[in-house]
Design a binder for this molecule. Structure first.
Ligand SMILES: Cc1cc2nc3c(=O)[nH]c(=O)nc-3n(C[C@H](O)[C@H](O)[C@H](O)COP(=O)(O)O)c2cc1C
Length: 221
């Protein structure tokens, strides 16, 4: 797979096979991931990679928080305008693929729960930074890293979903990962072999046309 093919064919994966992902492969993916750009080459990222019982405990804690109606510690902002259209568009595509109707409250809750439990992926990568790091400044670095990890994983036939839901309730990570108390958990990436039969995995989210997003100067004179 060349770079362009990889970029064009990567999509978020939200349904995985049970097949475990080896530590060696995850190391390769993370090594490729860390070739990402970072401001001043600061490489602010660190990883906590979970599989098995500890992953499940944190997943369950997340779901419990969600079902209790607790407020998320890390929340998506309220989107407006073009950005909101993007969110609504992919949300509709996913629910349609999963055959969950708008009025199907239980189905929507079930779908949300999947995100909080890492979509039942065999592994999850939690990305954290020293609490001393400026989160706003380093957010671009973490974004570049996430995209790199997703593309690297894709090149090995793995699927990923970068997900705030993995850490949006912090109770689980704080309770079960006390040795990382000096870190901020920024985002998670569910990772595993894609289940080709899982309907949501067929969703291809739309992109706005670059011509509409771009102002050109000095080209057409
Ligand atoms: C910062 C960030 C947070 C995200 N959080 C979630 C999430 O919590 N749940 C989810 O299902 N997808 C999440 N996503 C995945 C996006 O929904 C997805 O990237 C977007 O819809 C574009 O689709 P694509 O990845 O298939 O191209 C997140 C992506 C990013 C970059």
């Amino acid at each position: 797979m060349n770079l362009q093919e990889g970029m064009l064919t990567r999509h978020s994966v939200r349904g995985f096979k049970d097949t475990p992902v080896s530590k060696e492969l995850l190391i390769d993916v993370l090594r490729l991931g860390t070739t990402a750009v970072s401001a001043l080459n600061s490489q602010p990222w660190e990883f906590v990679v979970l599989t098995g019982e500890l992953k499940d405990k944190i997943a369950n804690a997340n779901v419990e928080c969600f079902m209790s109606g607790a407020e998320e510690d890390l929340q998506d902002p309220v989107l407006t305008g073009r950005q909101r259209q993007g969110m609504v568009g992919v949300g509709k595509q996913l629910l349609t693929a999963m055959d969950i109707k708008r009025e199907d409250k239980e189905g929507r809750i079930w779908w949300s729960q999947r995100g909080y439990k890492f979509f039942d992926a065999p592994a999850v990568i939690l990305i954290c930074m020293d609490k001393a790091c400026d989160e706003v400044y380093h957010r671009i670095d973490i974004g570049a890293l996430c995209q790199n990890i997703a593309l690297a994983a894709h090149s090995y036939g793995l699927g990923t979903c970068v997900e705030l839901q993995a850490v949006s309730y912090q109770k689980g990570v704080r309770e079960y990962l006390p040795q990382h108390a000096d870190k901020n958990f920024i985002i998670g990436i569910a990772i595993g072999y894609p289940d080709e039969n899982f309907p949501a995995n067929s969703v291809v989210s739309a992109r706005d046309d670059v011509e509409e997003l771009t102002t050109w100067y000095g080209f057409d004179e």
